[in-house]
Write a protein that binds this ligand. Structure first.
Ligand code: G3P
Length: 216
């Protein structure tokens, strides 16, 4: 499973890339607002740091507008993936952009049928939002299980990108189900490295090594 950062912060992307474990980035208007700066400039910089897919989100509500925005985004860098929403207009835009060889990430996916439509529209990536489903009392991960089953049944190549990840358990569950990608805030990525026994183990080894040195 590939690990992406869900951020528009160039600094976080740089830190993530330095670990050698981050293979892509997802952004959206809310993350762009949080990060500040010109969205296109930020995308350009992120694309120069991470070689894998970098998602840029359109804001038009009609297919013509989404295609226009998508074509403009695609000129920023080769690794740009255009995000369109899971709507009728979004699916029209997805098909049109795909025909132009521009990769599309269908976002705001909350049901298996929506994911089926995204795959049939030629989406490169579909983004089911697990955290937001949990927020309304549903089990977000059930959606990932259903999409995995449907995509396997019909050998759809659309990649399942688990979005709206809030904690390491979401990452673990996504990996167990066989999602293709998990995108997460930098804070969650940091948590993946940690275990209290690792810290205790390092401390104990260092203490014992000090004793070994003193013995000489
Ligand atoms: O990239 C979109 C998604 O990850 C948003 O997450 O936490 O705002 O639901 P969240």
């Amino acid at each position: 499973m590939d690990l992406f950062l869900d951020t528009a912060s160039v600094q976080e992307v740089r830190q993530g890339a330095e670990t050698g474990l981050i293979s892509g980035v997802t952004t959206n208007p809310s993350l762009a607002l949080k990060a500040g700066g010109d969205y296109n400039d930020v995308l350009k910089e992120i694309c120069s740091i991470v070689k894998g897919p970098v998602s840029a989100e359109t804001v038009s509500l009609d297919a013509d507008g989404m295609v226009k925005e998508g074509v403009a985004f695609s000129k920023i860098a080769k690794n740009i993936v255009v995000k369109v929403p899971m709507t009728v207009e979004g699916m029209k835009a997805c098909q049109r952009l795909t025909r132009k060889d521009i990769k599309v990430n269908v976002t705001l996916c909350f049901s298996p049928n929506q994911a089926l439509l995204a795959a049939k529209s030629g989406a490169f990536i579909v983004s089911p939002f697990v955290g937001r489903l949990d927020d309304i009392g549903e089990v977000g991960m059930n959606l990932i299980k259903d999409i995995r089953l449907i995509y396997n049944n019909y050998k759809f190549t659309t990649q399942i990108l688990v979005a709206s990840i809030r904690n390491p358990i979401h990452v673990l569950e996504a990996a167990k189900i066989g999602a293709d990608i998990a995108t997460m805030p930098y804070s969650v990525f940091e948590q993946l490295f940690k275990h209290s026994l690792t810290d205790v183990g390092i401390k104990r080894f260092l203490e014992d090594w000090e004793k070994v040195l003193k013995r000489k």
